[in-house]
Write a protein that binds this ligand. Structure first.
Ligand code: PLP
Length: 394
């Protein structure tokens, strides 16, 4: 056996955390880190949120799993709440984002099949997209680094440039079933799709009998200051994949659909009582009066602070992008270097495509923690700027 017993899938930081408290993670050595990585946009309510802990432990003492052969009242309730809060009429629960996307892709193909168009199976996607790591979702994402060595690529995905709606229109053929897009690209580098573009995509879908699928796995559940990012654009999809934040750290996802678009699918674990208890608890908090407005207020505070740091250290930070508490530092030097400098300041962030560092604090982050993060980002950026100056002076 070489090295670790685990697949060498991630470039892991040499850090092991023992516990979490709100926005903080504490290592096995007792060192405290400010967590603006949030388990890659998963810990929507931070660590050890008392309401989530109570929901999970309360359910764990009662019932873990029964399968979808039986009624699961908490699943029904979470489904109804998601329907009430969104465009959707139906919900299918999964264990992950990729599975939610698989459900959406299958639903779109099935919709066309039922409509008498089995030939319509292709889906248009956008460069820089990330939709998961199953065979279909790596084909949908279209990124070589995830596809290499896993051929043949699953048939039926046509990719066009990011935010090129004219190209999307040109890519529509008699075989097209749907258009799939993240309203805010996450892995692709925190790139919000302009409102106008989402509106045009909706029109294109309506005109050509296609389904519009949103992937809100990363940008959903309050991350942008609305329950779902597409609400800012006033455009609704026919299908939507969610995951990450809805479980607040418990693995779960869902595919939301209109009545017409809802397909057929199945799962052993999806929608199990543990996940449903947590999902309902997350919604209790996120849908409480004033919660999302406060996320918007805090997001502005963070973005303004980041803009000031960016202005001060242009050799490190080229610009700030993103929306809500889904913000990106476009780096003027390799983002891995910036990420290391932030980690040295005990601030956790996540690198993304397009040389960006993602900041994804919990929605429960406090003003003081935002201030502390800004202080640490400034120190990290100053250290990097000083190092450049020292190198130049040699
Ligand atoms: N879609 C988006 C936008 C994501 O960011 C991710 C994960 O990062 C996925 C899908 C896949 O989710 P999962 O890793 O839970 O399968």
């Amino acid at each position: 056996m070489s090295g670790s017993a685990l697949y060498e899938t991630f470039a892991r930081a040499p850090l092991a955390f023992d516990r979490g408290e709100g926005t903080w993670l504490v290592t096995d050595k007792g060192e405290r880190y400010l967590d603006f990585a949030g388990g890659i946009a998963v810990n929507s309510l931070g660590h050890s949120h008392p309401h989530l802990v109570a929901a999970l432990t309360g359910q764990a003492a009662k019932l873990w799993h029964v399968s979808n052969l039986y009624e699961i009242p908490e699943q029904r309730r979470l489904g109804e709440r998601l329907v009430d809060a969104t465009f959707a009429d139906k919900v299918f629960f999964t264990n992950s984002g990729a599975e939610a996307l698989e459900c959406a892709i299958k639903s779109a193909r099935r919709y066309q099949f039922v409509k008498g168009h089995p030939e319509r199976f292709r889906i248009i996607t956008f460069e820089g997209a990330f939709h998961g790591r199953t065979l279909a979702t790596i084909a949908a994402g279209g990124q070589y680094k995830y596809l290499e060595g896993f051929g043949p690529k699953v048939e039926g995905f046509d990719q066009v440039a990011f935010d090129d709606i004219d190209a999307a229109e040109k890519a529509i053929t008699p075989e097209t079933a749907a258009i799939l897009i993240e309203p805010v690209q996450g892995e692709g580098g925190i790139r919000p799709v302009p409102t106008q573009s989402l509106k045009r995509l909706r029109q294109l879908c309506d005109r050509h009998g296609l389904l519009l699928i949103f992937d809100e796995v990363q940008c959903g559940i309050g991350r942008t200051g609305k329950l779902f990012a597409h609400e800012w654009a006033g455009v609704t999809p026919d299908l939507m994949a969610i995951a990450k934040g809805i479980g607040g750290g418990f693995p779960m996802g869902a595919c939301l659909a209109t009545d017409e678009a809802a397909g057929v699918h199945g799962t052993t674990f999806g929608g199990n009582p543990l996940a449903m208890a947590v999902g309902n608890a997350v919604l209790d908090v996120v849908l409480a009066d004033g919660f999302l407005e406060d996320v918007q207020r805090k997001a502005l505070l963070l973005k303004q602070g980041l803009a000031a740091v960016g202005d001060e250290f242009p050799e490190v930070i080229e610009g700030i992008r993103g929306t809500g508490l889904m913000l990106g530092l476009k780096c003027a030097m390799p983002n891995a270097k910036v990420n290391m400098a932030l980690r040295d300041q005990h601030l956790l962030a996540v690198p993304a495509g397009d040389n960006v560092i993602r900041l994804l604090p919990p929605l429960t982050v406090t003003d003081e923690e935002i201030g502390e993060a800004l202080k640490r980002i400034r120190s990290g950026a100053k250290g990097l700027t000083d190092a450049i100056a020292a190198e130049a002076a040699k």
